[in-house]
Design a protein around this ligand. Structure first.
Ligand SMILES: Cc1ncc(COP(=O)(O)O)c(C=O)c1O
Length: 480
């Protein structure tokens, strides 16, 4: 019996060999993958900002999941043609649609190293060094937004999950029995609705707070809404303010809002997924004044710290609230014991086993240095001001409100015809030309173009290209 098992095990073991390439094979495979990645990066400056999707459907590896491994060169070629090329070129410096995501090369190397060592970063006792880096990077983010000692935070897969963690902490701290009301402007990101729904507060009394001409929450209107609810016996629970709305990058008056929340006993959550990390540079910090007064803040390093997608962070001013909501254990984990590097990430979010995310943030901060990030953010703010000023000089364009951060929301005002239809056609024309990529939204029912300047690769020549592309597109539409 044992001999038969030994024979069977030996035979199975021989068949697992492709899972563990030897040193020479690892080297060859690694070189091939690296060459592929470097060729992709080399192609970025000139590649179109959007490519057709035909190949996604017309070409598949056959069979898609082979019993025997295939030549890595074929696999990489497929990846290049059918995965990396089609769709939006999100890594391009000319991609200024939605919230761009350049994806720092150092961060990609961080992912590689994290995956190779595969440290169990959820638990301080299992991977003290990794957990320390997780806590150190969250602490650094908390310091960037100005949080005091005693705050806590953790890296998540993105802003939506970070928002969910923040809202659960706010619920447990201030609305355990339900009934409290929620306040936000019509520009709050839809991930807030999702989070409220998942947290069991989708039916909480909800107030839409009025905004000013720059699409920012009116602190006076908020004050009136909270006072009115209190007078009617409804307890204000949660105020969601924006540190950079997705539509126009508007930053709500955070210090004034914090004051209103303090007076009425409401939890202030600031959605800084897009804009919060501009606090790293002087001009951004000035615009975000008061963010440090929030009870919780969400920031997305995969937006304004230029990391690859999949990195958000939740930060809570009184860190114990995160632990109260998410700390849990089980008998099979307890023997691991404690390790003095701060809380385990598993106690700060819904996740147990997780990607060692900190490395993709820590490595670029070490290798490129903080100053490069600070300068890149200041550059983005200046580029947005430059774009807004250039639009203001172009005949026919309404440049919209001066940008608070790095999103410019603007329109073309045609002399005749419907402006919404014209702007929708203008956007489509620019996108189809494929040189620069912008996006659109509706603000108070009016179709508006957006230029979101967030990539570390975007510089002044790319903004000039946007202006040129818009001028060309308007001329084409007027001639048609
Ligand atoms: C202002 C704002 N909040 C929240 C989110 C959601 O973040 P994520 O896409 O990382 O889940 C976004 C995403 O664009 C955003 O712009």
């Amino acid at each position: 019996m044992i001999d038969a098992l030994r024979t069977r095990i030996a035979e199975l073991r021989a068949r697992t060999a492709p899972l563990e390439p030897d040193g020479a094979e690892r080297n060859a495979l690694g070189q091939q993958a690296l060459a592929h990645a470097l060729a992709f990066l080399d192609g970025i400056p000139d590649a179109p900002s959007k490519q057709p999707a035909d190949l996604v459907f017309s070409r598949r590896l056959d069979p898609e999941f082979p019993e025997q491994g295939r030549d890595p060169a074929d696999v990489l070629a497929y990846l290049g043609e059918c995965v990396e090329r089609p769709g939006f070129a999100t890594a391009s410096p000319r991609f200024m649609a939605y919230i761009p995501g350049g994806g720092l090369f150092h961060a990609a190397l961080g992912d590689l190293l994290a995956a190779v060592s595969n440290k169990y970063s959820g638990f301080a006792s299992a991977a003290p060094g990794a957990a320390r880096l997780e806590n150190a990077t969250s602490a650094w983010l908390a310091e960037v937004i100005g949080y005091p000692e005693g705050s806590a935070g953790t890296l998540t897969s993105g802003g939506s999950l970070a928002t969910l963690a923040a809202i659960v902490a706010a619920r447990d701290a201030r609305d355990a029995d339900g009934g409290g009301s929620v306040y936000a402007t019509r520009f709050a990101h839809h991930c807030v609705d999702k989070a409220l729904h998942i947290a069991g507060r989708g039916r909480a009394p909800r107030r839409t707070v009025a905004t000013d001409d720059g699409h920012r929450m009116s602190a006076d209107a908020l004050d009136r809404a909270l006072s009115g609810d209190r007078a009617a016996g409804i307890r204000p629970w949660l105020v969601v303010a924006s540190a950079g709305t997705v539509d126009s990058g508007a930053v709500d008056p955070l210090a004034d809002i914090a004051d209103v929340c303090r007076r009425h006993g409401a939890w202030l959550h600031v959605d800084g997924a897009y804009g919060g990390l501009f606090a790293l540079c002087d001009a951004g910090r000035e615009r975000l004044r008061g963010i440090d007064l929030a009870d919780s803040v969400v920031v997305d390093p995969h937006k304004t710290l230029f990391l690859p997608y999949g990195t958000g962070a939740v930060l809570v001013r009184e860190g114990r609230h995160l632990l109260d909501s998410f700390s849990a254990s089980a008998d099979y984990i307890r023997p691991l014991g404690d390790f003095d590097v701060g809380p385990s990430p598993a106690d700060l979010s819904p996740e147990l086993t997780r990607h060692f995310r900190a490395l993709r943030l820590w490595l670029p901060l070490q290798i490129a240095g903080v100053e490069a990030f600070r300068a890149a953010q200041a550059e983005k703010l200046a580029l947005a001001a430059y774009f807004h000023a250039r639009l203001g000089e172009l005949p026919g364009f309404d440049a919209g409100p001066a940008p608070d951060l790095s999103v410019v929301a603007f329109r073309y005002l045609p002399e005749t015809g419907d402006a919404d239809t014209f702007n929708e056609r203008l956007l489509r024309d620019v996108q189809e030309e494929g040189r620069v990529m912008l996006s659109g939204t509706r603000i108070d029912g009016r179709f508006t173009l957006r230029c979101a300047i967030v990539s570390f690769r975007t510089h002044i020549e790319h903004i000039d290209e946007v202006v040129d592309a818009l001028v060309r597109a308007v001329a084409r539409l007027q001639a048609s």
